[in-house]
Design a protein around this ligand. Structure first.
Ligand SMILES: [Zn+2]
Length: 63
């Protein structure tokens, strides 16, 4: 059973949350994921600022 992804530094930017996690190779990934149930937007970025920018500019079709 794989270890759960542990998010930290979660920040809500509108409906989008940005979380920092380590993937199974130990690399730090920054994930922006929309919390709107019918949106499904989720993307990973190499930098925190890129993920936050994506969160801020996300135009949610379900919000
Ligand atoms: Zn959305």
């Amino acid at each position: 059973m794989p270890a759960p992804r542990r998010f930290r530094n979660i920040a809500g930017l509108g409906p989008v949350e940005v979380g920092t996690a380590h993937d199974h190779r130990g690399r730090t990934k920054h994930t922006a994921a929309c919390t709107a149930p019918r949106c499904g937007f989720s993307a990973e970025y190499d930098t925190r600022s890129a993920a936050e920018l994506a969160a801020r500019t996300h135009r949610c079709p379900a919000h």
